[in-house]
Design a binder for this molecule. Structure first.
Ligand code: GLC
Ligand code: MG
Length: 662
């Protein structure tokens, strides 16, 4: 418009000089400009004149201070929210840890032994179960004397399991699906075929002290009475070096000497190697055995009258010189600090779980938990439930659960293990309670570990002496760990779907695979698998279950019952588990916080799901577990502090749907 006006000769245009404007117009600017309306393209000076008018000035000031105030309020709010927010749960707290024994999970190439490509093929299973964390037992290059726990090369994959490329592909695919991979890491020993051991036995100056060597008598190679976990002396004579070396496990698994700084450096390099590859955490194997006393004195006999030549098992001695030596925790803290460097990568917390068990000295196990100032494991495995006796009861289960809860340092995160590659399957040892145990694991506070097959209720296989594969069972079949390592039961097809082409699987498939398998159980809403799956989803979606209070409500010879609730939330859960031999009727009428009529959200006896029960008469069949969801504004923990536990207190604010520290 302005160009067309300028170009029209009939229109006289007075050029507006801005300086003139400021000098001559200024005195009555208010008056003039109050008549004018702002127009597009007005020069800055005119605009300034407008803006210095009182009405605009005030408005501007108001807006300015409003912006300042809003910014300050936002900053204050952010700080308050951060200060008041409880910590978010990390990935290893939000999902069970699923243990894969790679020989037995899925065979992709038809040699009868599971492998990495097999795991890759089955990743959907974890999405189906809503499991996010997977620990895979060792797949490093190994002569397989202890099926991978004897490592020949920590930087390589055993050809039986695949290649490094297969590993990388597996990790990438897992990460794409938001699955975390926990590696098994075996610092205590290597295989006797490891390059370091060969160099050490041949006396190479750099490697001489990589292992624990001492002089001994070739014909009676026992410098002291120390025994191996697998039985007999933990010393073996080496013909090449003409000395004895120490092995806490098989003679093919010589112990590394962690008093040698070069060994420490090697191991920490390996930790970095795998962290750089992107693994999400480690399960540290056999940790308490890492150091031995240098003086090599005999350990004290449990039975002082036993003849020394009969001292052959780990139960015969007190292990004051071969376990939990000074320096162990410092070493773990060093490793932890190295892991934490990688944890700082956004969203990449690296998890550390410690394998160490001192049945009678739980305080030793608890030492592996981190404190706010000193970081070590995220948790040590809780193996106490593995010792659930066949003849179990409500009292027993409560006792074992409470053993952990009452000894765990305040504010820590519990965890529960009922099976692994070393111990008989719970499906066999306490068969009638498999479903109730799964219900318990997924409703207790903390992280449950699920050993492959527990989600379908797999059982031990029977192994005869001539079928033994495990070196621990070589002399005594009852010590063999093969029964709990049988192939995963995927379907009712050939080899239970574990190995589609092979004639022979490395261990026999359990004969119950026609009914106990993933495919069949997926189709049946009352199966062990279906129940595991719904419980796990419920655990993730229900705040009281994953971060609420845990309170003991009732225990007797049959029943173990507890509550999960969260302050500020009316919705809560009551769990009633019958570990007895008969049906039981539990009277919880004295529990005022419970409404008198309750509805069963889930029962392990499918027909009982949805039933309504009175709190004074809660009936459970032997082996039945009930999960009851109820609403109440009374909180049990407030009146029974001593029966309750919480990792980190948090309250729910319904109006805003947030959690805050309280
Ligand atoms: C751990 C493993 C076990 C292995 C031993 C030696 O205890 O769980 O399977 O035999 O360490 O590495
Ligand atoms: Mg294979």
């Amino acid at each position: 418009l302005s160009t067309s006006v300028q170009n029209d000769p009939s229109i006289q245009v007075t050029k507006f000089d801005s300086e003139d404007a400021c000098n001559s117009i200024k005195p009555d600017a208010d008056e003039v400009y109050s008549q004018l309306k702002p127009y597009a393209g007005m020069p800055k000076e005119v605009l300034l004149l407008y803006s210095s008018q009182a009405r605009y000035k005030v408005l501007r000031e108001v807006l300015f201070w409003l912006t300042v105030a809003c910014t300050l309020v936002l900053i204050a709010l952010t700080i308050t929210v951060i200060a008041l927010s409880p910590r978010c749960l990390s990935w290893w707290q939000m999902s069970p840890v699923y243990q894969i024994y790679p020989r037995s999970f899925k065979d992709s190439d038809g040699d009868g032994v599971g492998d990495l490509k097999g795991i890759l093929q089955q990743l959907d299973h974890f999405q189906y179960l809503n499991i996010k964390s997977i620990w895979v037992s060792p797949f490093y290059r190994s002569p397989m004397k202890d099926f991978g726990y004897d490592v020949e090369d920590f930087r390589d994959i055993d050809p039986l399991f695949g290649t490094m490329q297969d590993f990388e592909e597996l990790l990438t695919e897992m990460h794409k699906r938001d699955l975390k991979l926990i590696m098994d890491f075996i610092p205590n020993h290597t295989s006797d075929k490891h390059r370091w051991f060969n160099l050490s036995r041949s006396g190479d100056p750099h490697y001489r002290d990589y292992y624990v060597w001492t002089d001994c008598n070739a014909s009676n190679p026992k410098p002291n009475n120390w025994v191996s976990i697998f039985g007999n002396s933990s010393w073996s004579y080496d013909e090449v070096r003409k000395q004895c070396y120490y092995h806490q496990f098989l003679k093919e698994q010589p112990d590394l000497n962690f008093r040698n700084p070069d060994v420490r450096k090697e191991i920490s390099d390996l930790i970095h190697f795998w962290l750089k590859k992107g693994v999400d955490g480690f399960r540290m194997d056999a940790v308490k055995h890492i150091f031995e006393a240098e003086h090599l004195r005999d350990e004290q006999q449990v039975d002082p009258n036993k003849p020394p030549e009969e001292i052959t098992t780990e139960w015969d001695l007190y292990h004051d010189f071969t376990t939990t030596q000074i320096g162990l925790h410092d070493l773990l803290r060093e490793w932890r600090a190295e892991m934490d460097v990688y944890s700082r990568e956004p969203g990449r917390y690296r998890f550390l779980v410690i394998e160490s068990y001192d049945y009678h000295e739980i305080e030793k196990t608890m030492m592996y938990y981190s404190t706010p100032l000193v970081k070590e494991g995220d948790f040590p495995f809780n193996f106490y439930l593995l010792d659930l006796p066949q003849n179990t009861s409500g009292f027993w289960v409560k006792h074992l659960v409470d053993l952990w809860m009452s000894n765990m340092p305040k504010g820590q995160w519990p965890n529960w293990v009922v099976g692994n590659h070393d111990r008989a399957r719970i499906g066999t040892s306490v068969a009638p309670y498999v479903r109730a145990i799964n219900m318990m694991l997924l409703t207790l506070p903390g992280t449950a570990t699920t050993y492959y097959g527990e989600e379908i209720g797999m059982q031990n296989i029977n192994i005869t002496q001539d079928q033994v594969q495990d070196p621990a069972g070589r002399y005594n079949v009852s010590l063999s760990r093969d029964p709990q390592r049988s192939p995963m039961q995927w379907s009712d097809g050939v080899n239970a779907g574990f190995s589609l082409q092979s004639n022979a699987t490395w261990l026999p498939v359990h004969p119950d695979y026609k009914t106990v398998n993933v495919e069949v159980q997926k189709k049946n809403e009352s199966s062990v698998l279906a129940q595991y799956r719904s419980l796990n989803s419920l655990r993730e979606s229900e705040l009281p279950l994953h971060r609420g209070w845990f309170c003991y409500v009732h225990t007797d010879a049959s029943v173990f019952s507890y509550l999960r609730e969260l302050d500020g939330l009316n919705r809560a859960f009551l769990i009633v588990l019958n570990f007895g031999k008969e049906a039981a009727v539990t009277d919880l009428s004295a529990v005022n916080e419970l409404p008198s009529q309750l509805s069963v959200l889930m029962s392990t006896v499918h027909e009982n799901t949805g039933k309504s029960v009175s709190k004074s008469q809660i009936r459970t069949e032997a082996g039945e577990g009930l999960l009851i969801r109820f609403n109440s504004n009374k909180k049990f923990n407030q009146n029974h502090q001593e029966q309750c536990y919480i990792s980190e207190k948090a309250c729910y604010l319904g109006a805003m749907d947030i959690l805050y520290k309280c």
